[in-house]
Design a binder for this molecule. Structure first.
Ligand SMILES: [Fe+2]
Ligand SMILES: [Fe+2]
Length: 259
């Protein structure tokens, strides 16, 4: 199968009507490259590019940009230049797969994340794409965070707000989304799972709300851990839809180290 044919299968999951400026384009290599091995990752770090090339990937599918901006414009900055040269030397074809995964209904990244928690519950879908997960059994943000560290293999989670109050509703704000403050103020919202968050506005709101007796908490996961199970889920979908190619998820690792 050719790279573009594989991507067209993945792109077909979303109705992109009215969305004419997607970042989900060919970033490097050839659209008609024949693919036997496809690697999927969250962030195309230098090490992921090397790993994919060593594995023999013909196609690399990435959720996040190569060059630190949404549309992947790149410059003569030495880091960007060396990364580009490395990538071109591998001969791999690289496509971004971001917008389609989020615009699909339901949002594929959110579903992959909630499923990876392994907790029984029911989905609630908002028209703007936000998903809430209503747990069958209540859990405190503290216990949930500990469970997430284990099940999602996250180094360090941070919790703001009502840390020891049993909750039932999880709102998915994975990655670096807008609208965390709006969701916090929604009566349905109890715990928000977020990748990156604005501490001074959203976390302080959650803290004040908790100190006033409300059931409001934010669990901050970090960007990569908050979306990578979504890309693993997409790698599994690709395996099902394209059984003749080898598909492998490559781990980019978290961006932060800790003392
Ligand atoms: Fe993201
Ligand atoms: Fe994302």
């Amino acid at each position: 199968m050719k790279s573009q044919e594989i991507m067209n299968i993945l792109f077909s999951v979303a109705d992109m009507t009215g969305f004419d400026n997607t970042c989900d384009t060919l970033k490097c290599g050839q659209a008609d490259k024949e693919v036997k091995k496809a690697a999927v990752t969250m962030f195309p770090t230098v090490n992921v590019i090397k790993q994919a090339s060593e594995w023999g990937a013909d196609l690399l599918i990435v959720h996040e940009p190569l060059y630190y901006n949404h549309m992947d414009k790149h410059s003569d900055d030495p880091v960007e230049l060396k990364k580009r040269q490395l990538l071109e030397s591998t001969g791999m074809t690289v496509y971004r797969y971001h917008d389609h995964s989020h615009i699909a209904r339901p949002d594929m990244i959110s579903i992959g994340m909630f499923e990876a928690l392994g907790l029984a519950g029911d989905y609630e879908y908002e028209t703007d794409g936000l998903i809430r997960y209503h747990l069958k059994v209540e859990i405190t943000p503290r216990d949930l965070a500990a469970l997430m560290e284990k099940r999602l293999n996250i180094k360090h989670l941070r919790i703001a707000g009502s840390i020891d109050t049993p909750c039932r509703v999880l709102s998915g704000k994975f990655g670096s989304p807008g609208g965390v403050g709006r969701e916090l103020r929604n009566d349905k919202c109890e715990i928000i799972l977020v990748g990156e968050v604005c501490e001074w506005a959203d976390c302080e709101y959650a803290r004040d709300a908790a100190q006033l007796g409300y059931k409001k908490a934010i669990i901050t996961m970090g960007h990569i851990p908050s979306e990578r199970n979504g890309m693993m889920y997409i790698a599994d979908i690709l395996k099902e839809k394209c059984p003749d190619i080898e598909v492998k998820y490559l781990e980019s690792g978290e961006v932060f180290d800790y003392t």
